[in-house]
Design a protein around this ligand. Structure first.
Ligand SMILES: Cc1cc2nc3c(=O)[nH]c(=O)nc-3n(C[C@H](O)[C@H](O)[C@H](O)COP(=O)(O)OP(=O)(O)OC[C@H]3O[C@@H](n4cnc5c(N)ncnc54)[C@H](O)[C@@H]3O)c2cc1C
Ligand SMILES: Cc1cc2nc3c(=O)[nH]c(=O)nc-3n(C[C@H](O)[C@H](O)[C@H](O)COP(=O)(O)O)c2cc1C
Length: 777
């Protein structure tokens, strides 16, 4: 079998090595435009886990890599002149040149030829092989020649970065955040070999221009940056190597294979340098390709088809983590007001791989410090907290006069079980048991201001006194039997009303007995749904009066908090989203116009709701649609709500239109809460696929939200919070008297389980790679 490899970078060389090793009869040639030693850049990093994959794939090159790398366990973060050190991580750094030399030697030792200085400008002559491995990097000629087949997408990121080096001594993976008159600068620095470290310096486009870097030569840039980082460089110069300011492109390709060609590494996909995974992905692509070829018994077409399917999930996961990470670095300004310790925790936990729990295993001292910082903050807010350390989810929070025991919220969940809008025994048991389960705050389902405002015939209402009294019974139970506070979510379904129960045909009109609908604009939800009537100014008056009346009854029923539902495409949301509001009066147009009616409702409710009780608003922070509401719009909406006296933004997303394109994942809506909380300076709730206490702790500790709501997890486990308290050994958690004997047992079992898990984790932890010089120590 003849194989041509275009590009002698990590992907191309490693693919050649593995494919040859799997079948020495293969005739493999590598074509590389550069010489063996003239590469760009400085060092690359690998994690312990990545090194393990290399060991399994090709032991000889793995051991040579080990002989040449620098290894360290610490991450240092510098901000506001302070250094925060975190330990227990584990990276190795190697110079790109050394890595390539190792792979070049291994390629040649297996009998393959590398044609250096072979700058390929036309791919056609090289297609005459059974397989063409296109590993020609970020500007791939192969990808561009066959772009209609590979269908690449480029996302050019706005930050500017430059790749430099320095011999300034570093003893950790180092992040430096520094502000000068021009703006904020980020340094990602890691030592890789001998005395040299990579210094990637990054900043926003605005700061870069203000600093004159758009017109700077390489020498000018170095002079400027050496002055800026004078202290950190300790007299050492910055070293260049074709160091130009650049923007990072995130590249995705719809297909990685075409006929006998396969794209590997940067040619196929990129992952931002802040998670240091570009070379890992490139080399793991080679491992996956070799695996696919072996599995397919050398049938190239079958192997490439399987490769394209099997490799995607891992690559997309890494690219997603890289996207989350680069977004953090693009918005350091958002976190700049935080104490350095919290900024460092936010940075470390940005791409979800490092969490409160796993950082506690790696670096308990740092987690202790974070906990103490948060305890101090709540003490400053006037709380008495006896112990210095407490898992963040169990910290109290005050909103106006309402005090919550902890940060866990039972998110609103329609039960579709009411008759004539009346909450009944189902609602008592449902909400009562979740309150006993220990959450600090329990929400009712969306409860409607009028009969016609209901989503379905099974939805609850608060439009008469009987309903008020039925709610009062539930509120009294929660107050008497638990420490939870209870919030009424008040809404009107708008164009999403008059639909079937969730377990029938959700969001579809009733088979019969439909009632008329109103919305911001006369647009049906599905094309075959009922078309609503556009709300008139007279309707607005009626609606406001209904909201006010329900608010008064909510107070009489004893609710602690009220939330106005402005999310998920319901009536008020239909005003906010440009997808559902095409009005040409004062209630449409830009975000200020679209917020006008929701704010009128908000003001009226605020005026009718006791001053000591908090008022929240739930918003959909995005419509998950290109032409829909954006993150920036939701910041404006939150700012307007804050100006009108809103205490808390409950940050949900989507459900505005049926063809939304959400990007699901763990905690997938939390970035919207993070942005609103830290840009608008208002308390927020994060919600959406948050399923573990570890995630709740991580979100609170990183300052991404003040409260964390869980919906579906509470359906499986009303006792989520008391269970978490047992898990963390948090004894002050309230348990109702009749359940106290359960608490002792739960704590004991959790302690044993924790010890077993710690032992298992320790056993499963990848071994620290043995560097020769370390082994000799
Ligand atoms: C600032 C920065 C920092 C980074 N830090 C890290 C890090 O810490 N860890 C990490 O893992 N990754 C890092 N990366 C990413 C890493 O450099 C790449 O992801 C990795 O090199 C990809 O390997 P590759 O083989 O696909 O492509 P490349 O390394 O780009 O190799 C492609 C090769 O093809 C050759 N070539 C291209 N076109 C032709 C042609 N027409 N004819 C002949 N030859 C051709 C090139 O000369 C090159 O040698 C970083 C990237 C940047 C920009
Ligand atoms: C059965 C069910 C009913 C829901 N009803 C409501 C509701 O009445 N009001 C609301 O704002 N959100 C409602 N939601 C959305 C949740 O409050 C929450 O935002 C969403 O489920 C994401 O959280 P999760 O991933 O923890 O489930 C409902 C969700 C579920 C699963």
């Amino acid at each position: 079998m003849k194989i041509n490899v275009i590009g002698g970078g990590p992907a191309g060389l490693y693919a050649a090595i593995l494919l040859k090793q799997a079948d020495p009869s293969r005739d493999i040639t590598v074509y590389e435009r550069n010489g063996p030693n003239d590469t760009f850049g400085f060092g690359v990093v690998f994690s312990d886990e990545t090194l393990g994959n290399f060991q399994d794939a090709d032991a000889p090159s793995y051991f040579e890599i080990l002989d040449n790398f620098a290894y360290w366990e610490e991450i240092d973060t510098y901000a506001h002149g302070e250094r925060i050190r975190s330990t227990g991580h584990g990276f190795c750094g190697i110079s790109r040149k050394t890595l390539l030399n190792v792979l070049q030697r291994r390629t040649e030792s297996l009998g393959m030829k590398i044609h250096y200085q072979a700058d390929i400008t036309d791919i056609a002559p090289y297609r005459d092989a059974d397989l063409v491995v296109a590993a020609d990097g970020i500007n791939s000629l192969v990808r561009e020649t066959y772009s209609q087949a590979f269908r690449p997408h480029f996302d050019w990121r706005p930050n500017q970065f430059i790749w430099l080096g320095s011999a300034a001594p570093l003893d950790a993976f180092t992040f430096i955040f520094k502000e000068n008159d021009h703006g904020l600068w980020n340094v990602h620095a890691y030592w890789f070999e001998g005395d040299v470290a990579t210094w990637i310096i990054e900043t926003t486009d605005d700061t870069w221009r203000r600093a004159g870097m758009d017109k700077a030569t390489e020498a000018d840039s170095v002079r400027y940056l050496e002055a800026l980082f004078k202290d950190e460089l300790q007299g050492h110069p910055l070293l260049t190597n074709k160091s130009l300011w650049r923007n990072f492109p995130t590249i995705h390709c719809e297909s990685w294979c075409h006929e006998n060609m396969v794209l590997l590494g940067d040619a196929a996909h990129t992952a931002h340098f802040s998670i240091g995974s570009g070379t890992k992905l490139a080399m793991e692509d080679s491992i996956a390709l070799n695996h696919a070829m072996t599995e397919a018994g050398g049938d190239v077409a079958a192997a490439l088809a399987a490769y394209d399917v099997d490799r995607r999930e891992d690559v997309e996961k890494t690219q997603h983590a890289a996207d989350v990470s680069l977004t953090w670095f693009e918005h350091v300004r958002r976190y700049w007001h935080m104490p350095p310790l919290q900024l460092a925790f936010s940075m470390l936990s940005r791409s979800k791989q490092i969490t409160y729990d796993n950082l506690r295993l790696r670096d308990p001292a740092l987690v202790d410090q974070v906990e103490r910082m948060l305890v101090d903050q709540v003490r400053e807010a006037g709380f008495t907290v006896a112990e210095n350390n407490r898992p963040p989810m169990f910290l109290p929070l005050r909103l106006r006069d309402m005090v919550l025991d902890n940060r866990v919220v039972v998110s609103p969940m329609c039960q579709y079980s009411a008759v004539d809008g009346m909450p009944d025994d189902w609602h008592l048991v449902h909400l009562g048991s979740r309150a006993i389960g220990g959450a600090g705050l329990v929400y009712t389902e969306m409860t409607n201001i009028s009969e016609d405002g209901r989503i379905s015939p099974g939805c609850t209402g608060l439009y008469n006194e009987a309903q008020r009294d039925a709610w009062g019974r539930i509120v009294d139970f929660v107050h008497a039997q638990s420490r939870a506070k209870i919030c009424l979510q008040l809404g009107h379904a708008g164009r999403k009303g008059s639909t079937q129960l969730a377990w029938e045909e959700m969001d579809r009109p009733l088979a019969d007995g439909n009632w008329p609908l109103i919305a911001a604009s006369p647009l049906p939800y599905f094309p075959d749904s009922q078309t609503p009537r556009a709300v008139t100014e007279a309707d607005m008056e009626t609606l406001i009066a209904q909201y006010v009346q329900s608010t008064k009854w909510a107070d009489e029923a004893g609710f602690d908090m009220l939330e106005v539902h402005m999310a998920h495409g319901y009536l008020l949301a239909s005003f906010i989203s440009p997808m559902t509001n095409n009005r040409d009066d004062a209630f449409g147009g830009d975000i200020e116009g679209r917020m006008r009616f929701p704010l009128m409702v908000f003001d009226a409710v605020r005026a009718a709701w006791p001053a000591g009780k908090p008022l929240a608003v739930r918003i959909s922070a995005t419509d998950w649609m290109e032409d829909g509401l954006t993150g920036a719009d939701s910041v404006t909406a939150a700012r307007l709500l804050k100006d009108h006296g809103c205490d808390l933004i409950d940050v949900s997303a989507g459900q505005t239109v049926p063809d939304q394109e959400p990007l699901y994942g763990r905690m997938f809506q939390t970035p919207f809460s993070d942005r609103i909380r830290n840009e608008v300076d208002i308390a927020t709730i994060a919600v959406g696929n948050i399923t573990t206490a570890d995630q709740v702790n991580t979100i609170v500790a990183a300052g991404r939200a003040d409260l964390v709501a869980l919906a579906r997890p509470h359906l499986a486990d009303p006792y989520f919070t008391v269970r978490a308290a047992a898990h963390y050994g948090y004894a002050p958690q309230f348990w109702p008297n009749p359940y106290l004997s359960g608490q002792d047992q739960a704590m004991l079992l959790a302690e044993r389980e924790g010890a077993d898990m710690a032992e298992l984790r320790q056993l499963a932890r990848p071994a620290k790679p043995q560097h020769q010089s370390l082994a000799a120590d």
